[in-house]
Design a protein around this ligand. Structure first.
Ligand code: FES
Length: 105
């Protein structure tokens, strides 16, 4: 179901923002003008990825440095560089309508 998140101009380019919509904690990223939405919490030990940092089109968790592709939520590398130990993030379809970011939650 499509839900309205916030105005596009409320997030700068190459930035991360968290929001909870309908009880679902989400990570919204804006990378080179495009919006992506995934689950907010790292699948390792539930650290908020809004505290992480952006590397290209990925987010790196601030706790143990797992990284996830912001486009599709897939694990790029696990905690401390391990592989195959954590799950992907759920990724949500997005669209912009009248300057508002919407996600299919
Ligand atoms: S909580 Fe994110 S890598 Fe450990």
């Amino acid at each position: 179901m499509w839900e309205t998140l916030f105005k596009m101009d409320k997030i700068e380019d190459n930035a991360l923002k968290d929001i909870t919509v309908k009880g679902v904690p989400l990570l919204v990223s804006r990378i080179d003008g495009k919006i992506y939405v995934t689950d907010l919490y790292c699948t390792h030990e539930q650290t908020s990825l809004s505290e992480g940092f952006i590397e290209g089109c990925s987010v790196v968790c601030s706790a143990h440095f797992a990284s996830f592709n912001l486009k599709d939520g897939k694990v790029i590398s696990g905690p401390e560089g391990e592989t195959g130990t954590i799950k992907d993030l759920k990724s949500y379809n997005t669209k912009i309508e009248n300057g508002m970011i919407m996600a299919d939650i």
